[in-house]
Design a protein around this ligand. Structure first.
Ligand code: NDP
Length: 326
């Protein structure tokens, strides 16, 4: 542990659209925000290809590009953007304490949590084995699809993510087999139609993954079972993509903040306030309904405004900036 404790007015944890938007607003309100980027700088959008639904980009923009622009915008107003991972927090007293990489201790008047969510896996032993080996299991088609050019892959899931990723893979791979555990998609109709209309995507309904097959080093196929007929088939594949949803990154807060049964932080309706004064939440860490970049950005803005008002109410010398409302 370091013996110098840094004191900050506003600490932002996470670097997705929520974190950077909170930073832009907090910086413009003279809160001198410090932002820790976490393990995946730029957040989930860095694993997305084209973002076509964020207002202001009529021709679309890639996720990584958009995140670089958001970072630049946050830095332009003075946000101190740092690499590092918050490993521990203590929200039991008036001062909110956090530790960076188990070493550096920071005391913050306000905290904005924008830690987002992480990809879920099936949990099969064979899946985890090849994931750890880097041998053909992935939860990010945009990151890893390129490695499977002209090859055959399998993808699990039937939500918007799975459809988006299957479609992305179909442009690179010879064939994409999509395993859907029910007889229906969860995805929006337009996304479902897109995969259904893609020639090299084969959809297997009522089908679950039994095992990821491999040669000990890399994936060679997937054993799948029809849960209606009991039929088992081996599908040749060099890549196995998992797109079955996400888990909020909130474990380090569970001793202090109220979470729902899945781990999403519960905020006061209509605000970004958590059950701890001075601690605010934005983005996917609290949102299991919308989970969009634009809604994350919106709640990032709200969190900075809530934090600013909290500081102003606590400290009469800290004035609420008018610029944030422009
Ligand atoms: P979702 O929770 O929407 O979908 C998860 C999918 O995975 C479901 O089809 C689910 O099946 C399936 N699944 C879950 N567990 C398993 C399992 N163990 N085995 C097999 N299948 C499983 O997650 P997404 O990540 O797709 O989407 C999250 C949110 O983000 C949604 O609100 C979505 O609309 C949004 N999104 C929007 C996009 C866009 O607009 N461009 C792109 C991507 C996401 P079942 O249906 O049976 O539960």
């Amino acid at each position: 542990m370091s013996d110098t404790i840094e004191k900050v007015k506003c600490l932002i944890i996470g670097s997705g659209p929520a974190g950077y938007t909170a930073a832009i607003y907090a910086a413009r309100a003279n809160m001198s925000p410090v932002l820790y980027q976490g393990a995946q700088p730029g957040g989930q959008l860095t694993t997305t290809n084209d973002v076509e639904n964020f207002p202001g980009y009529p021709d679309g923009i890639t996720g990584p590009e958009m995140m670089m622009e958001l970072q630049k915008q946050a830095e332009r107003f003075g946000t101190d953007v740092r690499g590092g991972w918050i490993t521990k927090v203590d929200f039991s007293g008036d001062v909110h304490k956090v530790w960076v990489n188990d070493e550096k201790e920071i005391h913050a008047d306000t905290i904005i949590i924008s830690t987002g969510a992480s990809a879920k896996y099936l949990g099969l032993e064979s899946e985890q084995k090849y994931l750890k080996l880097g041998g053909g299991v992935s939860a990010c088609a945009v990151c890893d699809g390129f490695f499977y050019r002209n090859q055959e892959v399998v993808i699990v899931g039937a939500g918007d993510s799975a459809c988006e990723e299957a479609h992305y893979l179909s442009k690179l791979c010879k064939k994409v087999t999509m395993l859907v555990r029910r007889d229906a998609f969860r995805a929006s109709k337009i996304m479902e139609a897109r995969v259904r209309n893609t020639e090299n995507i084969e959809i297997l309904l009522n089908t679950e993954t039994d095992e990821v097959l491999g040669d000990g080093q890399v994936v060679t196929g997937v054993r799948a079972k029809n849960n209606k007929t009991g039929e088992v088939i081996d599908i040749p594949a060099t890549g196995f993509f998992v797109a079955i949803g996400h888990k909020p990154n909130t474990d380090i807060f569970k001793d202090y903040l109220t979470l729902d049964e899945t781990g999403y932080i519960i905020n006061e309706p209509g605000t970004t306030r958590t059950n701890v004064e001075g601690v605010f939440v934005s983005g996917d860490a609290a949102d299991h309904v919308y989970r969009q970049a634009i809604t994350a950005a919106g709640t990032g803005c709200m969190a900075a405004l809530d934090a600013e008002r909290y500081l102003a109410a606590k400290d009469s010398t800290f004035e609420v900036s008018t610029s944030t409302y422009n």
